[in-house]
Design a binder for this molecule. Structure first.
Ligand code: ADP
Length: 422
């Protein structure tokens, strides 16, 4: 053994560093995390061998607590995943910064059961340190924010042996799985309601209302409304998917935001007139352009202006203004004097299928996806969405986008505002 150690000493440290670094790389690829802990552990074990004094006898080595070289500590300390090394009696030899954020300070030399409270993890550590078999367990920490982990436990047969515990954070994966499941459940539910109505009316028209001329006309009208609702929902779902898929691809074209806003408002002017809502647009004569995707920006402003009309006051007002902030951002604000939104609901508005008043949204033909689409378009354009609202007074939605780069890099002077009624 001493001969072997002599062989290791001074020759294998690059291997040790390499294996520990392989652990870091493997950690970045979740599924290989088990390989990671082994690599880290083997790296650490070789360091252990290196750091023991060359003259130490085998028995002395086995009795002394494992000593880690500064390099081993530094490598383990840098690992992004939480790591804990335990000695033969399951006392903490070392934890890295990442583990410290979970278990706190002053845990060195404590028995692991005083540091980690999870029975499943403690049992896995116990078993692995006795039989040497690696173990994997999943567990959750409910407070302060629920987090989910996979714990990998492996024994490193150094002298004396150490047990390595590595945690792989599954919280983001679990959240996205949950979001996906919720999304499918919500989308199915939203489609099932109009579908059930259409199927019901088909049965009625085939059955007792077969020869009822008046009922037939009425039922066909309702079926047409429900079919339109399904179509809108499917269109919005497809839009959302398309925008999400493109979200990492920056838009290319130079766009005049005021032109896009006017075009979106013009398309909705018949709806506004129907609800006796006056739409007022005020923009500077020369607004610097933004880099954008025209169709997406039109969709964004149509969603916001449509909402201002839908949730606005009958005989009310919608004010649309564009401009440039003192910091140079190009903005467009859509303001209404409608029902307003409770401040507790504002942070949830851009969630898919979230509605403050589900019945009202459905009556108005809403899908609950409009603001989710807005959020993704704004994010693709590297902009910001600001929402201000007061119950009973109205709401204002502001989109801020970075200006397109100019050749001079300077900020252009704005001409006086032009106001127009639709
Ligand atoms: P919907 O299709 O239901 O309109 P959105 O995602 O566009 O879905 O909006 C989500 C919810 O936000 C709406 O159901 C409504 O409750 C609320 N909301 C959006 N815009 C306004 C507004 N201008 N005034 C009041 N409430 C609004």
């Amino acid at each position: 053994m001493a001969g072997l150690k002599g062989f290791f000493h001074g020759r294998l440290w690059p291997l040790a560093v390499g294996m520990a670094l392989a652990g870091v790389v493997a950690l970045l690829f979740g599924p290989l995390a088990f390989g990671a802990v082994l690599a880290v552990a083997v790296g650490a074990a070789i360091f252990l061998g290196l750091s023991a004094p060359e003259t130490a006898s085998e028995s002395a080595l086995q009795e002394s607590p494992p000593a880690l070289s500064p390099l081993a500590r530094a490598v383990i300390g840098q690992l992004p995943a939480p790591v804990m090394l335990l000695d033969e009696s399951e006392r903490v030899i070392l934890i890295n910064d990442s583990m410290r954020t979970l278990v706190g300070w002053g845990v060195e030399n404590k028995h692991v059961s005083a540091v980690l409270r999870n029975p499943a993890v403690l049992t896995a550590i116990d078993q692995t340190s006795h039989d040497g078999e690696p173990a994997t367990v999943q567990f959750s920490l409910p407070v302060p924010i629920e987090r989910h982990y996979q714990a990998y436990v492996a024994r490193v047969n150094a002298a004396p042996p150490i047990t390595a515990l590595l945690l792989h954070d599954l919280t983001a994966i679990r959240r996205s799985e949950q979001m996906r499941a919720d999304f499918v459940a919500n989308a199915s539910h939203e489609l099932r309601t109009p579908l059930a109505a259409v199927s019901g009316f088909i049965d009625t028209l085939r059955g007792h209302a077969k020869d009822d001329e008046a009922a037939r006309g009425k039922f066909l009208d309702i079926m047409s409304v429900e079919a339109a609702r399904m179509r809108r929902l499917i269109d919005d779902l497809l839009s959302l998917t398309r925008i999400e898929m493109n979200e990492h691809v920056p838009p290319q074209n130079r766009i005049q935001l005021d032109h896009v806003v006017r075009e979106a408002a013009a398309a909705l002017s018949p709806l506004a007139r129907g609800d006796h809502i006056t739409v007022e647009i005020s923009t500077p004569a020369h607004l610097p352009p933004v880099v954008g995707d025209r169709d997406e920006l039109i969709q964004l402003f149509q969603n916001l202006i449509h909402n201002a009309i839908k949730y606005g006051r009958e005989d009310g007002h919608v004010w649309i203004s564009c401009g440039q902030t003192p910091e140079g951002q190009i903005f467009a604000t859509i303001k209404d004097d409608g029902e307003g939104i409770a401040s507790s609901a504002v942070p949830r508005l851009t969630e898919r299928f979230y509605r403050v008043d589900v019945k009202r949204s459905r009556e108005k033909g809403g899908t609950g996806l409009g603001l989710a689409i807005v959020k993704h378009i704004v994010s693709r354009h590297q902009g910001r969405l600001q929402i201000e609202s007061r119950l009973g007074e109205g709401s204002s939605f502001t989109v801020l986008l970075p200006p397109a780069p100019t050749e001079s890099g300077g900020k252009s002077e704005l001409a006086p505002a032009v106001t127009e009624m639709l």
